[in-house]
Design a protein around this ligand. Structure first.
Ligand SMILES: NC(=O)c1ccc[n+]([C@@H]2O[C@H](COP(=O)([O-])OP(=O)(O)OC[C@H]3O[C@@H](n4cnc5c(N)ncnc54)[C@H](OP(=O)(O)O)[C@@H]3O)[C@@H](O)[C@H]2O)c1
Length: 293
């Protein structure tokens, strides 16, 4: 789709929820490149304002940085309220909390926070912005899921389940909102080179052969897929891996995914390291994704 057509269909404003670094920042840059003005949301003010200034200096668009916590119902309320006067045509729900480690070892409050950020936020933001888009007869919603959402995976059980939630939500909304001109897409990303992915220092044993995509390509493919179907797995190798994995008996697929995660995070698997994250801490928790299989 040409930039002008993209802007006409999904502009003039986009909200990127979780939009200060990694994939979210790349969504912001590429959307600005297509002429969309941006509301950028994240908790930390500094990276947020730095990105907003960078974009304002490179592109002729407006940027509104909003520092708030999407896992907090008050944060979601503030985002909806702050954007009321803007003509928002695109929502990208990107921010997520990933937990790696034994499910039973985390406190209930950590699991609750994962549900709030990974499930509650996309559900309620899709509701609020989807209704506005339906009323204006056009728009788009991108929910960032993961290849981890294709099946249960040991050591990332809750993260994978939350990504399955997002994927299935997007699929249903794709069918439901299409007649009113609103395109919904699940982005089922594989391993992607982001600061928080790097900060997790995953091992990548040779037998796993997992490709790690760049953000530019993952986001370009995702934006290109909007309006063409309910989901995209960015990257040819990732698509092939997900198709092959789908041919496996469910039980074998789950075992293979779990073996992959254990190999990537051996110290966690052996109980030598249990990265624990305090709910509500300001610094973004390291992102750890198990990858495609
Ligand atoms: N990287 C991968 O390998 C990979 C693979 C598959 C799927 N994904 C998915 O892709 C998405 C982005 O991943 P990423 O690696 O780019 O993550 P990231 O770099 O950590 O980006 C997360 C963004 O969300 C913001 N954020 C996090 N928690 C927030 C909260 N509670 N409230 C508001 N903003 C919040 C962060 O800023 P603050 O910390 O300042 O809040 C940051 O801007 C996630 O949904 C992830 O599950 C990533």
């Amino acid at each position: 789709m040409k930039d002008a057509d993209f802007h006409a269909r999904y502009g003039p404003w986009a909200v990127v929820a979780g939009g200060s670094d990694g994939l979210g920042a790349e969504f912001a840059r590429q959307l600005a490149g297509r002429g969309l003005s941006l509301v950028l949301v994240a908790r930390r003010t500094e990276p947020l304002t730095a990105l907003a200034s960078e974009i304002a200096s490179r592109f002729a668009v407006e940027t509104v940085p909003l520092s708030l916590d999407l896992a907090d119902p008050r944060g979601l309320g503030a985002l909806v309220e702050e954007t009321e006067r803007l003509d928002v045509g695109l929502l990208v729900c990107n921010g997520a909390l990933s937990l790696i480690g034994p499910y039973l070892r985390e406190a209930p409050s950590v699991h609750e926070r994962l549900i709030d950020l990974n499930c509650r936020a996309p559900a309620l933001l899709s509701l609020a912005f989807g209704a506005r888009m339906q009323a204006r007869g056009r728009g788009g919603i991108i929910l960032v899921s993961s290849m981890a959402g294709f099946r249960g995976t040991a050591l990332v059980s809750h993260y994978a389940a939350s990504k399955a939630y997002v994927r299935v939500l997007a699929e249903g909304l794709w069918d439901e909102l299409r007649p009113s001109g609103v395109d919904v897409l699940a982005c089922c990303a594989g391993l992607t080179e982001t600061p928080t992915f790097r900060s997790g220092s995953p091992r990548r044993p040779g037998w796993l052969a997992l490709p790690v995509m760049g953000c530019e390509s993952a986001v370009r493919q995702t934006l290109g897929a909007l309006g063409r179907g309910p989901e995209i797995v960015p990257g040819r190798a990732n698509r092939l891996a997900s198709r092959l994995a789908a041919l496996l008996p469910r039980r074998a697929g789950i075992a293979l995914s779990g073996a992959g995660t254990r190999a990537m995070y051996p110290s966690v698997a052996l109980g030598l390291r249990a990265p624990r994250k305090l709910p509500g801490r300001r610094r973004h928790e390291p992102f750890r994704d198990p990858g495609p299989d």
